[in-house]
Design a protein around this ligand. Sequence first.
Ligand code: HEM
Length: 552
Amino acid sequence: MVNPADRADRKQEQLERRRVRPDDTRLTTDQGIRVDDTDNSLSAGERGPSLMDDFHLREKITHFDHERIPERVVHARGAGAYGHFRLHDSLAEYTTADFLCDTARTTPVFVRFSTVAGSRGSADTVRDVRGFATKFYTRQGNFDLVGNNMPVFFIQDGIKFPDFVHAVKPEPPNEIPQASSAHDTLWDFVQLQPETMHMMMWLMSDRALPRSYAMMQGFGVHTFRFVNAEGRATFVKFHWKPRLGTHSLAWDETQKIAGKDPDFNRRDLWDRIDAGDFPEYDLCVQLVPVEDEHRFDFDLLDPTKIIPEEEVPARPVGTLTLDRNPTNFFAETEQVAFHLGNVVPGIDFTNDPLLQARLFSYLDTQLIRLGGPNFPQIPVNRPVVEVRNHHRDGYHQMDLHEGRASYHKNSLSGGCPAVGGEGSFTHYQERVDGHKIRKRSESFADHYSQATLFWNSMADWEKEHIVGAFRFELGKCEHRHIREGVVGHLNHVDHDLAVQVAAGVGVEAPAAPATPNHGRGSPALSQANSATDSVRGRKIAILAADGVDSAA
Ligand code: HEM
């Protein structure tokens, strides 16, 4: 017999109990009092002042006054859908996460796609990274895979995230520009932080203009860790590959669509699901044995690097199908709270310094965005398994906890939740030692090789689009020294690219660099660079797999 927690519709059953359907019964106040008139306020005489006695007027307006919550500090604009994940290929050899072990199991999910920089009401088709966040309601609790549609990130350490986001968001004096990469502060950040170069290549490519959320890849970005029943760890990178292939809009299309239908991607997702044309994605994993941690010419903990699929193939293990639109945008898509720290037994973190900062950030921001510590009780966030702990009180507490004792251990309440035992989360026992220092490892110092790898893997027309994007976006930057600085970095990615961009942004073409990648670094780094050189010129499989197509 199927365990109720394994059924794909388990989450929908849980939500069903909270749904309030439109009907023609009587209008009431929040207190359940039937209302006699909701169009005229109570007043002293037909033309007189409104009266404080009018509790219906006060309640109706007060509720309206408090309808807005803060938008997400990043990824404010999004669209969500429910679906399910079906496992085809068991990973039991690597992990105890049972939604990845038992091929008979179907796991309900909620996915939210988003842009990053724009506000809640901004247009969908801007040049930007897209979020691809998935909440798996597993029978071991919620697992959130909070990824993007690009496999790397702008910065290596989360301590720079506030700086980066301040540089990307509209400027403080006038809130200009809205959701644009044509931005002095962004380019200033880029020229002063060369670790951004690999991600900037992706951002200037057609990957930043997805045609449809159903035609977009997703990446967990960081290296995570699987842990199996024997406690053995394996490094893992997660990827989503859309069944429809990866397709982009052409730049001119995005400009017109942003004016004609700013909801283009959101509408497309809704309409596909409504029409039964369900978006599907394969979950793929790249697995690296712990013994191979230092085998690569980059650091596995560096989130500005991919693992080329020629070196570690992406193995498809299951399929995600999005088959149900939300009932209420605010209740579900806006109130959903993803958190990189929501992991289940068998999935653990690594010491990637970007990942580590994210572990702090999501819960912290959700405490203010969703008004206190009880947001996990909001229907879309609730796990499908029972929650039992001694957390009590706080704003918007929805549960009625019974019993005198709200502490561990206790012998008074007629039961105390057991701690430990089979199925409980045990952190991977990694040996860690070192001095407390603020210094990034030299193994993170190569900022150009994979940017070059990306450039070399592009077809001629893709290269044209990238050059065009740099010219358009960087060309808007008022400050010559910033444009020169960025072109200087591009020169270490590819001289020809730098020359072409320079010609379009009003700066002198740089001389070819004396040594590839500026000849920087330690012996370890030189080794890294030469090893990476060996894969230059090949199409990276992450890109080649589906063939990035654009309507150009
Ligand atoms: C939101 C992805 C880095 C802080 C999001 C969302 C995604 C995402 C997909 C939207 C979630 C949703 O739909 O509700 C990523 C990826 C990163 C990254 C893939 C790098 C690999 C960071 C870093 C920080 C951060 C370094 C902070 C140190 C936030 C915050 C939100 C957010 C505060 C808003 C969350 C909310 O209000 O619910 N991120 N992010 N992110 N991210 Fe990140």
